[in-house]
Design a protein around this ligand. Structure first.
Ligand code: NAP
Length: 342
């Protein structure tokens, strides 16, 4: 197989190299999968530089998200066997920047009918983070108003779609005109440039004009993957829920708690990856919710399309693009180009 294996940390993505390695043998408790597409994540950039919370022992293959085809089922017949050879799956496991990977059944889901490998490769992290946040944690209701920050990012575009699918009105923030137009394309009702410091006034203005009762003061839910909770407290309604999803801006915020009391609001955290350890029963519920939205045509793939990344050799370029903040949605690498196989 071909893979991006590291024997030492690198300075940046452009130092990554593709190697020829032995293809893994079928394993007792794992499926062998041929990878067609790999999703990129910001934590891949941290991991190759030795700056991530999870650093495997050298040598290790980088990349975490993938979609592909089952080549072999677990050799132990007692291991769960939901999938058969030839099935299309997506999932997450260390080693996705490769042509082949081994993964246990719990890390896999079927590629939704009609979905491409590229779109499926970007589902595993974004969709459940946003569904778990908005539905499980914030209990979004039809008629509510949701403010989605960094709405054209990976989790942001998933959040816009899920909030709309649940009957909410969405105000989306993003840093560029291109990103704001993408947020609109995916369903946002209003878009705001949050690089303008006065953006909370704009949210308040829209809510005052378009909402009634307590809603005139602001939104009911804030979805925040950036680190904008303190500012967002200026434009929330009575009983609002503010979801702490991430700190893409690079700073852990300090929040003025008096505003939490005065406005009668809740700060709600979400750590999706830990549901697999602390609340496994919710994992299936969240994924069922996502697959239902997909089947109803209310959730579509969010692959970045302004540039294409084909072949493992394009992983460094894809990761560099991801780190530049110029991309939107999910940056996905097509590991196997179907056209080149014909
Ligand atoms: N809580 C959880 O379980 C969970 C799960 C998955 C991800 N996350 C976190 O959620 C955050 C977003 O993830 P993602 O996959 O959506 O990332 P992404 O696709 O890279 O999007 C991040 C967005 O953040 C905005 N941003 C604001 N300040 C930034 C800065 N200084 N540098 C880079 N981007 C900045 C950018 O939008 P603009 O250019 O429009 O500002 C960018 O599009 C990350 O911090 C991630 O760790 C949390």
């Amino acid at each position: 197989m071909r893979a991006i294996q590291l024997s030492e940390y690198v300075k940046g993505p452009l130092d990554l190299k593709v190697d020829d390695l032995p293809t893994p043998s079928p394993a007792p408790d794992k499926y062998l999968i041929e990878i067609h597409s790999a999703g990129t994540n910001f934590f891949d950039l941290l991991q190759i530089q030795g700056k991530y919370q999870h650093q495997p022992a050298f040598p290790w293959i980088s990349g975490m998200e993938f979609a592909g085809t089952i080549l072999a089922t677990p050799t132990d017949s007692k291991a769960a066997n939901r999938y058969k050879v030839g099935d299309k799956v997506f999932g997450a496991n260390q080693g996705a920047y490769a042509t082949h990977i081994l993964a246990p059944e719990v890390a896999l889901f079927p590629v939704p009918s009609g979905w491409s490998f590229e779109d499926a490769a970007g589902l595993f992290v974004t969709a459940p983070t946003s569904y778990g946040g908005l539905v499980t944690r914030a209990n979004v209701q039809p008629g509510e108003w949701v403010l989605v920050h960094a709405a054209a990012g990976g989790v942001g575009l998933a959040a816009v779609q899920i909030a709309k699918a649940k009957g909410a009105t969405v105000i989306a923030t993003a840093g560029t005109e291109r990103k704001r137009s993408i947020a609109r394309e995916f369903g946002a009702d209003y878009v705001i440039d949050y690089r303008n410091d006065k953006w909370p006034d704009e949210v308040k203005r829209i809510c005052k004009e378009k909402r009634t009762g307590n809603g005139r003061a602001g939104v009911d839910i804030v979805y925040d993957p950036v680190g904008m909770i303190d500012q967002s407290l200026k434009c929330v309604a009575w009983n609002a829920r503010l979801l702490v999803i991430g700190f893409a801006a690079g700073k852990i915020e300090k929040v003025a708690l008096n505003r939490v009391l005065l406005k009668n609001v809740s700060l709600v955290g979400l750590h999706w990856g830990q549901y697999a350890n602390f609340e496994t029963e919710t994992v299936g519920v969240v994924w069922k919710g996502i697959f239902d939205l997909i089947a109803q045509g209310k959730f579509k793939g969010i692959t970045f399309k302004d540039e294409t990344f084909v072949g493992l050799d394009s992983v460094p370029r894809a990761l560099k693009a991801l780190g530049s903040r110029d991309t939107w949605g999910k940056v996905v690498v097509k590991v196997i180009d179907e056209k080149s196989r014909l």
